[in-house]
Write a protein that binds this ligand. Structure first.
Ligand code: GRG
Ligand code: 1GP
Ligand code: MG
Length: 248
């Protein structure tokens, strides 16, 4: 079954926005999960992503099981490494770092994860992951030992995303990096979107409702927010369900 992916397409068909909260197993203590989930459920968040650049082994399993006690939202793994594959989640972004040229992050980790994936019912969603420079070095850049694409070279970003689609990837994720100084510029989002038939995810450095609006208006189908929630729980209040938004 590919119900998670079909559901993403259904949101798009209905012209509805999708928003993922990124929860890092190394940053959220278990005793806070119930409280955070109640805030998530009251907000406009549609998906829960779980992942981090460096996560302790088993921490993902433990966190996903705890989230599942309190939430019916789809839990999708956003893994920095193979150790973050948890059978308790609903799906997995099978990221290939197509902005870089490190074979480990293009294909090797994927080959290594297959024996684990065979024994799960996770819905695996092939995702072209594109890192774009944001003004400071990101965790993904450090760990993958790759260079992000330059934000002034929009043609290269557009062609990279299109190449991902032509390779059969089901999603494209434009990433500025966790806590980015500059989130992805609307012009980049709209140029990529114009040339793409598959859904577009955008994340990294989005901290305000204004940046969020800009990303959606430029063509993002799903926006991912991590740091803004980690730093300030009141951000959930800003993102109330439809027709309940307050300005910020
Ligand atoms: C194929 C499998 C199962 C794993 C490899 C997946 C690949 C290729 C990942 C690409 C490179 C990478 C390291 C991605 C990390 C994605 C991620 C979880 C980012 C969120 O973490 P951050 O929030 O940026 O980092 P911090 O932990 O520093 O906050
Ligand atoms: O933590 P932030 O900056 O919101 O970024 C979210 C995500 O795109 C990082 O992988
Ligand atoms: Mg982070």
């Amino acid at each position: 079954m590919n119900s998670l992916y079909l559901n993403i397409l259904e949101y798009i068909r209905k012209k509805e926005r999708q928003m993922a909260v990124l929860i890092d197993p190394d940053k959220l203590e278990l005793h806070r999960v119930a409280r955070i989930i109640s805030k998530i459920e009251a907000s406009a968040i549609t998906h829960i992503f779980v992942g981090g650049s460096e996560v302790e082994e088993d921490a993902t399993d433990i966190l996903v099981r705890e989230i599942k006690k309190y939430s019916k939202l789809p839990v999708i793994l956003f893994p920095g490494d193979i150790t973050q594959v948890s059978e308790y989640a609903d799906g997995l972004l099978f990221l290939s770092l197509i902005s870089g040229r490190n074979p480990d992050y293009l294909i090797e980790k994927h080959v290594q994860s297959v024996s684990k994936l065979r024994t799960t019912t996770l819905e695996v969603i092939p995702t072209g992951y594109i890192l774009i420079e944001n003004g400071k070095k990101t965790s993904v850049e450090r760990i993958s030992k790759t260079r992000p694409l330059k934000r002034c070279n929009i043609d290269e970003i557009v062609d990279t995303a299109k190449a991902g689609e032509l390779l059969g990837m089901k999603l494209i994720y434009l990433e500025a990096g966790s806590g980015a100084t500059h989130s992805i510029e609307p012009e980049i989002i709209s140029r990529v979107k114009q040339d793409l038939k598959i859904p577009l995810i955008v994340g990294g450095g989005i901290r305000t409702k204004k940046e969020l609006e800009l990303a959606y208006n430029a063509g993002a189908n799903m926006v991912v927010i991590g740091t803004a929630f980690e730093k300030d729980e009141t951000f959930f209040e800003v993102l109330k369900k439809k027709n309940e938004t307050v300005s910020r």
